[in-house]
Design a protein around this ligand. Sequence first.
Ligand code: AMP
Length: 188
Amino acid sequence: MTITRVGSLEDRLRALIRDVPDYPRPGILFKDITPLLGDGLAFREACEAMASPFHEYDVTHVAAIESRGFLFGAPIATLLGAGVVPVRKRGKLPYESHLEEYALEYGTDALEIHIDAVPPGARVLVVDDLLATGGTAAAACRLVERLEGRVVGCSFLIRLAFLDGLGKLEGHPAASVLTYGDSGSASS
Ligand code: AMP
């Protein structure tokens, strides 16, 4: 079988991310990744690109953030030979959990993790589809650290540079495949 790749990976992935204005509320430019998820080659390459900076980090667990983080977290965990840990919205986990509240770009919410999700000293990669203000990923990092896991990095498909989410990650190594600038459209 011949696979034809046209253009750079970044250009091909950008072409599969759709801007939806004013969703889920006025003023938000929503990055809709469903076209990318539906393209088998692009999805695989996106997962590989999200995993690749962390191959040498001895990751033992991937903490995948509900819900779009689940879609990337599980394949990235298999690429890294790591386990996958669901970090879920409030009230979704069946067993005893820790909870961290956080502010979203739109509204507030809370994330939870099972109290035995990772052993102390686990080397954890936090994964989500998109870094905006950083509140969500920072809450996931705090949950891992409450279990005495070590956050060795954070990996995102998309980073919205104008919201400075990296500032909330307190020095954890962070990588994103695509960065969007302050217009909400592609930047360098
Ligand atoms: P934040 O906590 O502000 O970094 O928000 C990140 C979380 O909210 C991720 O789980 C994203 O899926 C979602 N999110 C925030 N802003 C957007 C956006 N403009 N487009 C798509 N998803 C977003």
